[in-house]
Design a protein around this ligand. Structure first.
Ligand SMILES: [Zn+2]
Length: 503
């Protein structure tokens, strides 16, 4: 009995250590407003500490196994925690991909003596715990103890959906989940998708087609569409901007929407999102250099399309919506310049933005936070509606700045930019917030097109038709056909009703 008590005490102290060192860094950048939200964060950390206790209870059960598992657990945990604390990055499928493909020179660039010290101290501590386990505890029925703890961990992991999501984002479950997601993505890349049949005119000497996939930006919050606040001060002053205010998206979350808009899928042929290659391959077959520049993680529903591109760039690898630390869409712009500097005649660049994803303030630089007061709590419902709408509208102002800067890079080239958000966002309608629940207000994404003067010289009839069609109602099905049509690439079949460039 004394041994069991001593064993429980060992695991309690060890789990306090791992919770403090490997779990708490996840909460250090969480926005908190008042003692109540601090108390909620503490309760979250405590709930996650229970998971640490159950896992360590299993790891220490057999002393020989513990001598191997516990130091490895400490090594991995301290590396993950260090990068979470020092660089505000977490474990994601992209990070696993980057880690597996990093050469020794690049790896050396992210090492530091602080990392080495932090990891060494944790590993030494883990060895001290193992030493204590060897010297002072004789645990009888150790397999019984381990099996009970495993069963309790499974129960703990599955009893509450919200807690499960939180556990899945923390060490060590985040490492396992990201590995599983990464493996799924890698295995899917080899899946067979069919190339849509296209015809194209080879006489276009050079052209840049840039697609910006927006995130949760709703059409009625753009001053381009007569929103009462001036959320698009820069784009409003641009010539050659054509807003499409009446786009309908049947999908209200990224994973379903992005495959739909990049493939010939439509409401009658939804399966094409699963079986067809995307417009990236169509551009590739027409001789374009293609790049996917993303400020979001791999999504397993559209990882295939990312792999279709010649170049993949993730300027903010390791960021996730569970990391409450800023990262900005303008970080993608230097990579646009790099791609254009390669002097390919024809470029297709797909920019997947973080846009207006919650937590809104994280995606807007401080000087662009023009509407105040801002949200100050990571739980959306713990802010006032005024705070949420202010912070949301600031993301639209930032989008305006980001796309305007992108246009500045392209303005003297034959170029066209398509902006389409993947869906809208609920901002308190019927008590709804954020997106993905299928609410009506999340089905009207922002969309617009900008073209350069040189593009207008190349395709005057298309520009004329675009202006004429801009107030028509389209489903997001228009995107695939119109983007190809903008470059003179015509998919087979009768697609006139989807093509915004068709007179
Ligand atoms: Zn989305």
């Amino acid at each position: 009995m004394r041994n069991t008590l001593r064993y429980v005490l060992l695991v309690v102290v060890a789990s306090l250590w791992t919770t403090l060192c490997f779990i708490v860094p996840d909460f250090l950048d969480s926005p908190v407003s008042g003692p109540k939200s601090v108390a909620i964060l503490f309760s979250y950390a405590a709930a996650l500490g229970v998971g640490q206790f159950l896992l360590l209870y299993v790891f220490f059960a057999d002393k020989y196994a513990s001598a191997v598992i516990v130091p490895i657990y400490a090594l991995l945990g301290s590396v993950v925690a260090y990068y979470r604390y020092a660089f505000h990055t977490t474990v994601t499928p992209v990070i696993i991909d980057v880690t597996l493909h990093t050469n020794p020179g690049e790896a050396a660039g992210v090492m530091s003596w602080q990392l080495f010290l932090f990891v060494s101290l944790n590993v030494l501590l883990s060895i001290a715990f193992v030493f204590f386990r060897f010297r002072h505890i004789r645990l009888s029925m150790r397999w019984f103890h381990a099996i009970v703890a495993i069963m309790l961990f499974v129960l703990y992991y599955s009893v509450n959906g919200r807690l499960k999501r939180s556990i899945s984002q923390r060490y060590p479950v985040n490492v396992v989940c990201s590995m599983v997601d990464y493996m799924k993505i890698v295995s899917k890349k080899s899946s067979e998708r069919a190339l849509p049949a296209v015809h194209f005119n080879d006489s276009i000497p050079s052209l840049d087609v840039v697609l910006v996939i927006g995130e949760a930006v709703r059409a009625d919050h753009l001053s381009l569409n007569d929103y009462s606040r001036n959320t698009c001060p820069r784009l409003s002053n641009r010539t050659n901007i054509v807003s499409l205010p009446y786009i309908f998206s049947e999908h209200t979350h990224t994973a379903a929407s992005v495959p739909h808009i990049l493939t010939p899928a439509d409401s009658l042929n939804a399966d094409l999102a699963l079986t067809s290659l995307s417009l990236i391959s169509c551009f590739d077959s027409a001789g374009y250099s293609t790049a996917w520049i993303s400020n979001q993680d791999y999504g397993h529903t559209y990882a295939d399309f990312i792999a279709e591109a010649d170049t993949m760039i993730f300027p903010n690898a390791g960021k996730s919506v569970f990391v409450f630390h800023p990262w900005y869409d303008t970080d993608m712009l230097p990579h646009v310049c790099t791609m254009l500097a390669k002097n390919h005649d024809r470029n297709l660049l797909v920019l997947h933005s973080i846009g207006s994803h919650w937590y809104y303030n994280n995606h807007v630089t401080p000087e662009m936070q023009v509407f105040t007061p801002l949200t100050d709590n990571r739980v959306v419902t713990r802010n006032t509606a005024e705070q949420v709408v202010n912070s949301y509208d600031n993301t639209v102002v930032y989008m305006d700045c980001f796309v305007d800067s992108l246009i500045s890079v392209l303005v003297h080239r034959p170029a066209i930019v398509f902006y389409l958000s993947d869906h809208g966002e609920s901002l308190g309608e019927n008590g709804n917030w954020l997106h993905a629940a299928g609410a009506e207000e999340t089905k009207y994404p922002a969309a617009f097109v900008w073209y350069s003067d040189k593009y207008a010289e190349l395709f005057p009839r298309k520009v004329k038709a675009l202006k004429k069609n801009s107030t028509k109602h389209y489903r997001t099905d228009y995107f695939f056909y119109s983007v190809l049509s903008a470059a003179g690439i015509e998919p087979e079949g009768n697609n006139a009703s989807f093509d915004i460039f068709m007179e």
